[in-house]
Design a protein around this ligand. Structure first.
Ligand code: CDP
Ligand code: MG
Length: 136
C-alpha cells in the first residue's frame, strides 16, 4: 500500500563543508524523494542536545551534540512514498564502513560521527523533528 510520508533529513557539518548538497539532492531526486523545504542554519549545542535527547544516556551524546552544532547544517523536509524508510535505506548504516554500496553514508561518510546525514527513524520522530526545524 502506498503511503505518502514526510521526513526530516539533515546534511551534517562535514558534508556541508564539502559542498555535498547538490550531490545528495541528486540522489534524493533519483529516488523520487521531493525536497519540500530546505534551509541552511547553525544550531547551538543546547539545541543539538534537545534535538538528540533520545541519546542523552549514550557515551557518544556529548560528542554528537558538539559535532552537530560545530558548523552550518542543511535541514530538509522530504516527501514521497514511504519516505521515512526509503530515506533511511538511501542513507545507509550509521557507520559508513558498514553502509551498503552507493548509499549516501557509504559514498560520503567519513566516520561514525561524521556520517554526513541524519534521517528520521519513525513516523513519530519525523513529526517531532519536522516540528523542531520547520514549526509545522
Ligand atoms: O543516525 P542514525 O539514526 O543512523 O544513528 P543513531 O543511533 O540514531 O545515532 C545518532 C548519531 O549519533 C549517528 O548518526 C552518529 O552521528 C552518532 N553516533 C556516534 O557518534 N557514535 C555511535 N557509536 C553511534 C552514533
Ligand atoms: Mg537515529
Amino acid at each position: 500500500m502506498s503511503d505518502i510520508e514526510r521526513t526530516l533529513s539533515i546534511i551534517k557539518p562535514d558534508a556541508v563543508e564539502r559542498n555535498l548538497f547538490e550531490k545528495i539532492s541528486d540522489i534524493l531526486k533519483k529516488n523520487n524523494l521531493k525536497i519540500e523545504k530546505n534551509k541552511k542554519l547553525q544550531i547551538s549545542k543546547e539545541e543539538a542536545a534537545e534535538f538528540y535527547k533520545e541519546h542523552q544516556s549514550k557515551p557518544f551524546y556529548e560528542r554528537l551534540c558538539n559535532y552537530l552544532s560545530s558548523g552550518p547544517i542543511v535541514v530538509m523536509e522530504l516527501s514521497g512514498e514511504n519516505a521515512i524508510s526509503k530515506y533511511r535505506d538511501i542513507m545507509g548504516a550509521t557507520d559508513p564502513k558498514k553502509a551498503e554500496n552507493n548509499t549516501i553514508r557509504q559514498l560520503y561518510g567519513i566516520s561514525i560521527d561524521k556520517n554526513s546525514v541524519h534521517g528520521s527513524d519513525s513516523k513519530s520522530s519525523a513529526k517531532r523533528e519536522l516540528e523542531f526545524f520547520f514549526n509545522n
